[in-house]
Design a protein around this ligand. Structure first.
Ligand code: DC
Length: 233
């Protein structure tokens, strides 16, 4: 375990399929901090919209969805070492990772009222610090004063290959061309969204992990903590 001089917030932003969540989880474990997956919160709202037939042929009934936001309770629990997302007490971890939710979540995350609502919840969750949160706007909008801001990047080919291997391991057939296309589309949507697009915070440190192992990424993080003066001697 790593001991720090004070309790801090670590913001991990960046492109999709760069390994943000694996990295953020690893950091949280080493620091004995809480890991918070902000993308899972957008996915939860997307699942609620799907289950309540608020999406028809990619048109979202935004009005009803926004009115229902206070009724959607989102929480996280650690079950046997795995992070699980809950909606109104139900474990929805598997369902929010599926194709259906993945295909509409970008549209959901464009809606300003949904962003304001979730940013508010995320800020409450980080009120006492001691968290590692990953997403797209954590260092820019959610915690602009986060002590450590990491912006993750990786080469598109490598991201596609990692995603392909991950799916293959789960026995899900996929084509590398499709995956590459999907990655490029998601990058475009994330960067060109009107509200809180994916941008690197001015004071974020870039981590390009294209050719780095987890060990090397952890070493990089330790050096960053040292440079910033957060490592307890
Ligand atoms: O990280 P992810 O793939 O689980 O994110 C799901 C979607 O939510 C993705 O379309 C980007 C969006 N998102 C966002 O807009 N802001 C965040 N802080 C996190 C995710």
């Amino acid at each position: 375990m790593i001991h720090l001089t004070e309790k801090i917030i670590v913001a991990v932003d960046g492109y999709s399929s760069c390994g943000k969540s694996s990295y953020a989880k690893l950091i949280a474990r080493e620091l004995d901090y809480i890991y918070l997956d902000s993308g899972a919160m957008y996915r939860t709202i997307a699942l609620f919209a799907l289950r309540n037939q608020l999406i028809k042929e990619f048109r979202i009934d935004t009005y009803t969805l926004i009115n229902n936001l206070p009724k959607i309770d989102i929480s996280f629990r650690n079950l046997e070492g795995e992070n699980h997302t809950f909606m109104n007490g139900e474990d929805i971890e598997q369902e929010i990772r599926g194709v259906e939710v993945s295909s509409i979540v970008s549209e959901i995350s464009k809606i300003p009222e949904i962003r304001t609502h979730l940013v508010d919840l995320q800020q409450q969750m980080g009120f006492n610090k001691g968290i590692v949160m990953d997403g797209r706007d954590i260092g820019t909008v959610v915690f602009p004063d986060a002590e450590i801001k990491i912006f993750m990047k990786a080469n598109t080919e490598i991201r596609a290959k990692r995603r392909f291997d991950e799916l293959a391991q789960k026995g899900i057939p996929a084509s590398i061309d499709e995956i590459r296309k999907n990655i490029n589309e998601r990058d475009y949507l994330d960067m060109n969204r009107k509200v809180s697009p994916l941008v690197q915070a001015e004071d974020a440190i870039v981590l390009d992990n294209s050719t780095m192992s987890f060990g090397e990424q952890m070493q990089w993080f330790m050096e960053l903590l040292g440079r910033k003066g957060f490592l307890k001697k």
